[in-house]
Design a protein around this ligand. Structure first.
Ligand code: GAP
Length: 515
């Protein structure tokens, strides 16, 4: 998908009710998004699939749902109060604010026109996750200057943080024409602050959690004391997190309010390496099992200089989004850092007594930490397809049936002869188990197209034959195959199709057309 197609996806999301800008009627608010009727089902299905596959169907996992606002000491212990910050640069002229680690400086040198041998330099600041993303804006500026001075003699790029302090004055900000408007980088804490109770004083400060993980560590003892858990085991949580991101961007990819799906998997120190390898693979395979192509995914191991001081290994699962290859989930080997910190700050004993070896120790932790919104965006990007049907371009979202917001749409072929009544009763029968939609408006071909755009994997049509032999056609979204099945156990058939037990039959298309 090209960057132009990202615009198409954003527009489809808006048009079909997947994702809207938050509080849009008031002009929106940067970094916040709302999920519409289809989007809420899609995101819920992703969270449910994660919960089902990672927690409910495993003996070594339990769940948790803890409060968003916690005792602020939690965030001192975790290091977020002291260190959860990004380097920030302000533009004194436009009042814009940039993340210094996402500001790239492109130095272009041109021959001066009126002074042979002399050079003119331009230090253009441009924004992007990496230099490649930032380059087009700098190139556009360079080609304007090149019209007057001729092609540049050379060019180079460096991160703003790496520009020598005495050279920062030379940098031209992304939205201005003159140099010297950017400030020195300074630290900016990403946590949203609030006050608990009536007094807005320093002693009442609290934070909206920037990750769900710390709630798990803070409840480790509660779960051990009450949950009959035995190492190795994991505690999982899905919930909202908040980060006052300086540059929210790329649609929902970097938002200020988002949902995380996090696991803290506790194990014996000597087994941690194996569990790290296990979770690295298990989480990668999970995305593939739900339809992300493995060649668009990659596991990137962090270089030693990227690792937190307590971590011996961390890997990111990255996905080739239309705007670049970016992080979907992180899997970190966190050692005993978090439990040790919380013991220090709370004074409570969070060690574990192992009955088998009769020994007490601090468990080590493997943390697979995923974002529900980033996963939703990746599944949307992967699903978005344009193909040709009957010489028309069809836009279709090819979601895995488990994730599709609506599983079936039921249509009467025409609005008479008892077909609407029959179709409505089939719709009722299915919706007891799966999200279903009833539609009797317009030509059946147009109804198919509407469902294709919503990503509905199966359309069921009641036609003249239904009234004689009680069979209906199922139409498969991706292969466009249609075949007849008895209507009596349609809900079971749909269930088997969703779970993959049943596939669309091969061979002839039996009855029905696209129009
Ligand atoms: N407890 C570890 C932790 O929070 P992280 O890499 O900061 O690690 C984990 O976040 C995941 O949360 C990311 O891989 C991403 O999927 C999601 N995430 C983080 N910041 C986000 C943001 N601003 N917008 C959307 N998702 C975000």
């Amino acid at each position: 998908m090209s960057s132009l197609d990202m615009e198409k996806l954003v527009s489809l999301c808006k048009r079909r009710g997947f994702i809207f800008p938050s509080s849009e009627i008031y002009g929106g608010i940067g970094g916040f998004w709302d999920y519409g009727p289809l989007g809420v089902e899609l995101k819920r299905n992703i969270k449910d699939a994660w919960w089902h596959d990672m927690i409910r169907t495993r003996d070594d996992m339990v769940g948790l749902d803890c409060s968003i606002i916690m005792n602020p000491r939690v965030w001192e212990a975790s290091g977020h109060v002291g260190g959860f910050s990004d380097p920030l640069v302000d533009c004194k002229k436009t009042k814009e604010r940039y993340r210094a680690d996402q500001l790239w400086v492109f130095v272009y040198r041109f021959n001066a026109k009126d002074a042979p041998g002399a050079m003119i330099e331009f230090w253009w600041g441009s924004l992007g996750g990496g230099p490649d993303e930032a380059r087009p804006a700098a190139e556009a500026r360079a080609s304007k200057v090149a019209k007057k001075l001729g092609a540049p003699v050379d060019s180079s790029v460096v991160g703003y943080m790496q520009v020598a302090p005495e050279d920062r004055e030379k940098v031209i900000g992304p939205s201005v024409e003159e140099s010297g408007t950017l400030t020195e980088p300074r630290s900016f804490n990403l946590m949203f602050k609030t006050y608990v109770g009536a007094l807005e004083s320093d002693s009442n400060v609290a934070y909206l959690r920037p990750e769900t993980a710390q709630g798990i560590f803070a409840n480790f003892k509660n779960v051990c004391d009450t949950g009959r858990v035995k190492l190795p085991f994991g505690i999982a949580q899905v919930g909202k997190s908040f980060r006052n991101e300086i540059n929210p961007r790329n649609f929902t990819f970097r938002s200020r309010e988002f949902e995380q799906m996090e696991i803290e998997f506790f194990c014996k120190p000597e087994e941690a390496k194996e569990w790290y390898a296990y979770w690295r693979k298990t989480r990668f395979d999970w995305y593939v099992s739900l339809g992300l192509q493995s060649d668009k995914l990659r596991l990137r191991d962090h270089d030693p200089d990227e690792l937190a001081f307590y971590s011996t290994a961390t890997a990111d699962i990255e996905y080739a989004f239309p705007f670049g290859v970016s992080e979907l989930e992180g899997i970190a080997h966190r050692g005993d850092y978090d439990l040790t910190q919380h013991m220090k700050f709370s004074g409570k004993d969070l060690t574990y007594f192992d009955e088998d070896s009769k020994s007490r120790f601090t468990p080590h932790v493997i943390e697979p930490s995923a974002g529900a919104d980033r996963a939703t965006l990746a599944f949307l990007c992967e699903a978005y397809t344009e193909d040709k049907v009957d010489n028309d371009t069809r836009t279709v979202l090819k979601f895995h049936p488990r994730l599709a917001p609506i599983k079936t749409a039921v249509f009467p072929l025409v609005k008479r002869d008892g077909m609407p009544e029959k179709a409505a009763s089939i719709h009722q029968q299915i919706r007891e188990k799966f999200a279903s939609f009833y539609d009797e408006k317009g030509a059946v071909g147009r109804r198919y197209r509407r469902q294709d755009e919503a990503g509905t994997p199966y359309c069921i049509t009641v036609d003249g034959q239904t009234l004689t032999d009680d069979t209906v056609t199922i139409r498969d979204r991706d292969s466009l195959r249609q075949w007849r099945v008895p209507s009596a156990n349609i809900d079971v058939i749909i269930g088997d199709m969703i779970s993959g037990k049943l596939q669309p039959p091969q061979g002839e298309i039996s009855g029905g057309s696209e129009s």
